[in-house]
Write a protein that binds this ligand. Sequence first.
Ligand code: PHE
Length: 337
Amino acid sequence: DLSDRIAAAETEAALEEVRVHALGKKGVVSERMKTLGKMSPEERQQMGPALNGLKARIGEAIAARKAMLEEAALEARLASEKVDITLPVRPEAKGKIHPVTQVFEEMAAIFADMGFEIREGPEIEDDFHNFTALNFPPDHPARETHDTFFFNEKEDGSRKLLRTHTSPVQIRTMMTEKPPLRIIVPGRVYRCDSDQTHTPMFHQVEGLVIDRETHMGHLKGTLEAFIKAFFEIDEVTTRLRPHHFPFTEPSAEMDVGYERVGGELRIGQGERWMEILGCGMVHPNVLKACGLDPDEYQGFAFGMGVDRLAMLKYGIPDLRDMFASDARWLEHYGFDP
Ligand code: PHE
């Protein structure tokens, strides 16, 4: 009847009870073992092995039952944990790509087709890379026009700053790499300025080409090719309007023609002009500051505001909303990954 009880144990706990009842210190087998001492040697010789055999058989039966119960438990668990792949998926909130990121990527792809590589630089810059090597004269008001965020002065009198443009990466690249160079530099820049059309942090893409016999025709052609690809238009009218930057000579701002048809803004052609970027031929002093011989190498550079380009292309009305971290705004203006 012990074997019946073993077979009837439905859980490991029940089986353990049977084991204690049979083989425990005060179990039925143990109690019978104790009687061996009072037996005659002949009796003991017969009963000893018999009891030991019994004990072994019970142990085996319990172990076998235990293995069975364990297997059954495992099977039950596997069955209950099975994933039903035919169930419809639960809707999951998905993030969106910020328009600035989207436009960075579009620009990188367009310029990559023209052979440009991407370079990046630090947002915390020093005076040398942000101003001096870019031919800003010392103590010149041009430095003021950038409304620079400065860090505290260090003991040696120098002070770091938040880069006011991506142009310092021109310097970093020319000082570490050999021409020919064709790079674009996407990144954040900072100016102490805040109103409807300015935020203290904004984004630029810088472009730099250094090669032999590079001229303004290359500059204009490159930028027009970019504008057509970016705005997905076949024709574009542009104008280079003379301007001043310390690091380019000649310098210009590029305007694109546009018109309004109904409420819609059409970029590419039209009676009106919109300024979209600054550009020019790299100033000989900048080349020299980077160890390049201006008689051997020339180049052009340009810098454009990415936030404005994103707003123009995707009809985003307010610049400041771009950086307000409002998830509803991003849900509306963002892009699917
Ligand atoms: N760095 C200039 C700016 O931030 C733009 C620029 C870049 C102009 C390169 C000319 C050449 O306004």
